[in-house]
Design a protein around this ligand. Sequence first.
Ligand code: OSB
Ligand code: MG
Length: 367
Amino acid sequence: IDIEKAQVSIVSIPLKKPFSTHLGVVREREAIMIELWDREGEVGYGETVAFSSPWYTEETVKTAYHIQKDFILPMVLKKKFAHPREFACEFSSLRGNPMAKSGVETALWDLYAKKQGQSLSRILGGTRNEVRAGAVVATQDVTEALKQIEQFTEQGFERMKLKISPANDRQFIQAIRKEYPKTPLMVDANSAYTLEDIDQLRALDEFELLMIEQPLGTTDIVEHAILQKQINTPICLDESITNVHDAKSAIQLGSCQIINIKIGRVGGLAIAKQIHDLCQEHQLQAWCGGMIEFGISKAYNLALASLPGFTLPGDLSSSTHYWQEDIITPAIEMEQGKISVPTVPGLGFSINERRFDEVCVHKEMIK
Ligand code: OSB
Ligand code: MG
């Protein structure tokens, strides 16, 4: 892969409804799109999933833009890659900034898969032709949550994830369990608890949740191991797993039974695949997390989630789940709770230029 030029653009679209967690509310999604062209005119697409503010992890749209424009892209333009796997090694001396890295690394995978004439899923070793979807209920209001679950159920989602916090767990989950006694339910706390809340967390065991995602702090790998010994609900780690080493530590310590793998959070597709392989080796369940993302990132999630170790439904939804019209073509659609994995060469989706121009707020070519 020999890259000739790169375009970095910022797109922005308002959400159909606010996405609310104990950390704040997302009303508008802003993200950085990456287009890489090689010397033969082939293009690869990437999406950078950092948010406008650092509520989920440290990165933001502005920090990722700076790292990509001033460090990653100049190096990518200079180097020739035999395989996208070489990216992680090449950039090991650029510390942190996993979402900035992932936005560029994924574009190399799309380009590579197109050159090979194979689907990205196939290149990665995917074994599924469809993946199971899952919906996220991100509101602090019970009536609104029930309304959303009713709609999600009608749309075909079979698994619901509720955003919880110490101020909003028991009564909230109870109200939903009462109406939906059989629906597979899981909860995500985004680090809202500490070990002092052990009794409150143990009290959630009775709801037979599929898992509790990231109850404790982002760096609390040891504390999660202590907590897991005292509750029955399986712990799933999200924010705590930022690379392969974190996954190894969590597995060795028994900090979780399940890992949520997000390509952007771990710094790219090659590392996401390595964490998947590690989960398989140690018999941990894995699933693919979501970032309220645009279609390009969703398409990478489909390819990743087609790997055999992704045994649970992911935070995967159609490309019109969060807004009326996305920037990709064709659209990603969900049918009966499932989304099909593309079989055409590469990522399987490209940018819809008309829609892209409507929502693009900044564009820059780097040569
Ligand atoms: O913690 O999994 C999370 C969205 C943005 C940031 C963090 C998280 C989420 C979600 C997934 O819960 C929502 C989705 O993309 O469907
Ligand atoms: Mg999460």
